[in-house]
Ligand binder design. Structure first.
Ligand code: SF4
Length: 395
């Protein structure tokens, strides 16, 4: 790509970034307060926590203490904070809460995948999934970033649910913390100590880069070394290709990137991932080439859902290899997970094998993702809730 074209992509990004941020504000989450006016401390940055405690009259050193109890110890009651004297505990409880979403339902699949339907303070709901590794004590927590989604990817059940609102930082971190409550994984394991809930994938409901500020704040909290302390290498942000925000996520967060590619021709991707009409394949791939956190040790993942007779030919596998040549990348092939009313079928095993072999022969790792949690509609692209936006005119 020429330097001139690169520049035009970046200029487009500036204008688009402003538009995306304005749109984000329309779907802002409610204030994180309880009905009796107490403020939720979960989801505040360190600076915000310090300011909230100072306003209540607490000394500056309390910030570190409270942070440790919330994010390292997993305390949800101030009375558990044994390094803080009783009168101060009581004062904290008068002003604040340490929130968690409540689980409306919890389902565990025959393959041990667990799915929560979490309800937030305003009654809206989103789903979170834990996918344990079958062979080792570790696993991925798939977190939602929005209630519903604006993007309507055709293979995705969530895409049939209109965007209700963005999730706040407290609600995003809260999903991970509530999942850890469920497995009793507190205090946060230190350093390389094995963790059951060892990685976060932002691949649940919603497009995380359409809710960037809240996602970024939540991930900054999760990465803080004096709390949950999950390294940026263990966090993967999945996007359908919101090009201007990919640059920002790369430079500010440096987490791993996954891109929902799913097609190698613009005419087909326009249909499967409609966002392609705004950011076509050429621009998405260019943003991947610029992505600062990509290296051989931290490859970009290209997600490719295998749809029978739609995108699974050998010619398309060769074109995929040509498109991503030179990018430190791996290609996740995802056999399509059907949902009620879905318009596609899963590719045959033979087609998936052929596709995978072509990608592998070109030097890219190309694992076929084993479907997990299909029996509880927890697999990739199957999440959906009944939440609706009240004022339909704004949807
Ligand atoms: S795949 Fe992701 S971005 Fe596309 S509709 Fe589903 S949740 Fe939204």
């Amino acid at each position: 790509m020429s330097a001139i074209t690169d520049q035009s992509v970046l200029e487009l990004s500036e204008a688009e970034r402003a538009r995306i941020l304005a749109k984000t504000a329309r779907f802002a989450p409610p204030e994180a307060h309880t009905a009796d006016g107490r403020k939720d401390l979960v989801g505040l940055s360190r600076a915000e926590l310090a300011a909230a405690l100072a306003e209540m009259g607490a000394e500056p050193f309390r910030t570190k203490q409270v942070w440790h109890w919330i994010y390292h110890q997993g305390a949800t009651e101030f009375s558990r904070m044994s390094s803080i004297a009783r009168p101060m505990q009581e004062k904290l409880a008068e002003h604040f809460v340490i929130g968690r979403p409540t689980a409306s339902t919890v389902q565990t699949s025959t393959d041990e995948t667990r799915k929560w339907l979490f309800k937030f303070r305003d009654g809206q709901e989103a789903e979170t999934v834990y996918i344990p590794d079958k062979h080792e004590d570790r696993g991925a927590v798939c977190i939602s970033s929005q209630v519903g989604c604006t993007l309507s990817c055709r293979f995705c059940h969530t895409g049939t649910q209109a965007l209700v609102r963005n999730l706040g930082a407290a609600e995003i971190v809260g999903q991970f913390m509530a999942a850890r409550d469920s497995y009793g994984e507190w205090p946060s394991p230190k350093g390389e100590t094995p963790r059951l809930l060892s990685t976060i994938v932002l691949m649940g409901m919603g497009e995380p880069l359409y809710n960037y500020e809240n996602v970024a704040k939540a991930m900054t909290i999760v990465m803080d070394n004096e709390g949950i302390a999950l390294s940026r290498r263990r966090i993967t942000l999945s996007t359908s290709g919101v090009v201007p925000m990919m640059d920002r996520a790369g430079s500010e967060l440096g987490v791993n990137l996954a891109v929902s590619l799913h097609a190698v021709r613009d005419d087909l991707r326009d249909e499967i991932v409609p966002l392609n009409r705004k950011y076509p394949i050429r621009e998405v791939i260019a943003a991947c080439r610029r992505y600062p956190a990509a290296s051989n040790a931290r490859r970009i993942t290209f997600e490719y859902v295998m749809l029978k007779g739609v995108n699974d030919s050998e010619a398309e596998a060769h074109e995929l290899v040509r498109l991503i040549a030179g990018i430190p990348a791996k290609v996740n092939l995802i056999p399509f997970n059907p949902w009620p009313g879905s318009p596609y079928e899963t590719s045959t095993n033979a087609a998936i094998d052929r596709f995978s072999r072509i990608v592998m022969d070109a030097g890219f790792s190309s694992p076929v993702r084993a479907p997990r949690g299909r029996d509880i509609l927890a697999a990739c692209g199957q999440l959906r809730t009944e939440s609706r936006r009240e004022r339909a005119s704004e949807a």
